[in-house]
Design a protein around this ligand. Structure first.
Ligand code: AMP
Ligand code: MG
Length: 407
């Protein structure tokens, strides 16, 4: 067991420990938000055939270089039909947007450049260039082209591309099922009145929501008393999940029993305590093959440890290509309290300023019980281990907390 390790080392251990989920096949309309388990190589050419970009007339460009010129209209190609015959020299065929361009034609004259000349003839006023308004086969996607990488999340445009390419079903990772276990004698359920010394179990619900926003499945939240037998019973129930998340019970208080029970049940503890703030007492291990995260109970610590440790682990289990949120350079506009040998995850509010750069300030007092700081924040400010002071003007890195758009 390691202790007081760096934030980076903790994350390296977590990501090296978790395993990728199995693969399942789902229909295209159920695939949104899922993670692709295989790359998508196009089986088709898109568009599949040369087609018209305009409603107009398919012509041989050479026939309409001296304008105005009047041509006989030899037929019509609506969208969805194939042309009956080639365009003969000196003639044209009426064509609709998306319809296949007939043999012989090498340009389309938009209807706006023409007028009816009577007796199935059309007068062309303006000359197209060769190839104009013809969308060639394969202009968008070639056969065999890698269009979507493995590990991409199925977003609306991915759905559109999969449909274009004829994928009615796709291979995706089975979402990991996560047991969320809140612990503490002081906790009551949200719909109950508070008695003396009691608080509501907010972490259980917030963590379940974070699990879902990470693309995993949250099992119904569990609540354990500060009692070894109760904790053990709940752990046994939770072991049907793919990973376990505890809130509370991992610091050094007298009632911090979760670690003791897990230990007695044979958990291999990989580390306990990380040089980070908030969330120093974070514990991580493996029990019966299942990764176990012991998150500190303070709500800010719980939320930040999820974002920095659990979310990347879930993304790894899902086989995602992007496991970490990107970080962006920003200028710190206010001082933020800093302990030199801890990596801080300060809650921040960032915006682009008139200088075109990203500026950020923290949300105010950063104590780990002040959950409103998480609600107000639109980003996490990283203040690394080794940095003694965080003064205005400091170049920092932020990651957006894009709750609604995550994935
Ligand atoms: P612990 O890690 O169990 O020592 O808890 C640290 C702090 O977090 C205490 O003030 C607890 O009351 C609080 N806490 C623990 N679990 C929860 C929870 N599920 N919801 C809200 N607060 C909690
Ligand atoms: Mg507790």
């Amino acid at each position: 067991m390691q202790t007081f390790i760096s934030f980076e080392e903790a994350r390296r251990i977590e990501l090296a420990t978790v395993a990728e989920q199995p693969v399942e096949h789902v229909s295209l309309d159920e695939a949104q938000g899922r993670t692709l388990a295989a790359a998508i190589d196009s089986r088709d050419t898109i568009p599949p055939f040369d087609n018209s970009a305009m409603d107009g007339y398919a012509v041989r460009a050479a026939d309409v270089q001296d304008v105005p010129v009047t041509l006989p209209v030899a037929g019509q190609v609506p969208a969805g039909m194939s042309p009956e015959r080639a365009v003969a020299p000196g003639s044209c065929v009426q064509i609709m947007t998306g319809a296949p361009v007939p043999e012989g034609a090498d340009a389309v004259v938009p209807v706006e450049w023409t007028e009816q000349a009577g007796g199935d003839r059309v007068r062309v006023r303006r000359a197209p260039e060769t190839g104009q308004y013809v969308r060639p086969a394969g202009q968008d996607v070639q056969v065999g082209e890698r269009v979507i990488d493995v590990g991409q999340v199925v977003t609306p445009p991915v759905v559109g591309m999969l449909a274009t390419l004829g994928y009615a079903e796709v291979a995706v990772r089975v979402p990991p099922r996560i047991a969320v276990i809140a612990t503490g004698d002081e906790l009551v359920e949200v719909d109950r009145a508070l008695g003396p010394g009691q608080i509501r179990n907010s972490n259980g619900h917030a963590l379940a929501a974070q699990v879902r926003s990470a693309g995993a499945e949250a099992l119904p939240p569990l609540l354990a008393r500060d009692d070894k037998a109760d904790i053990r019973r709940i752990i046994e129930e939770a072991l049907s999940a793919d990973a376990l998340l505890f809130s509370g019970g991992v610091s050094v208080g007298e009632y911090d029993l979760v670690k003791q029970v897990l230990d007695a049940m044979g958990m291999e503890l990989y580390f306990w305590k990380v040089r980070q703030r908030p969330g120093k007492p974070l514990a991580f291990g493996v029990l019966q093959g299942k990764p176990v995260f012991g998150l500190p109970g303070n709500p800010v610590s719980s939320a930040m440890c999820f974002e920095q440790h659990v979310r990347p682990a879930l993304a790894t289990m899902l086989g995602r290509q992007r496991v970490l949120r990107p970080r962006h350079p920003a200028i710190l506009d206010v001082p933020s309290p800093k302990v030199e040998n801890l990596h801080h995850f300060a809650r921040g509010v960032a915006a682009f300023a008139d200088d075109g750069r990203l500026h950020v300030r923290d949300t105010g007092p950063q104590a780990s019980n002040l959950y409103s700081s998480v609600v107000r924040a639109n980003c996490i400010i990283h203040l690394p281990d080794g940095l003694a002071e965080a003064e205005p003007g400091l170049k920092v890195e932020i990651e957006w907390l894009d709750w609604a758009g995550i994935g």
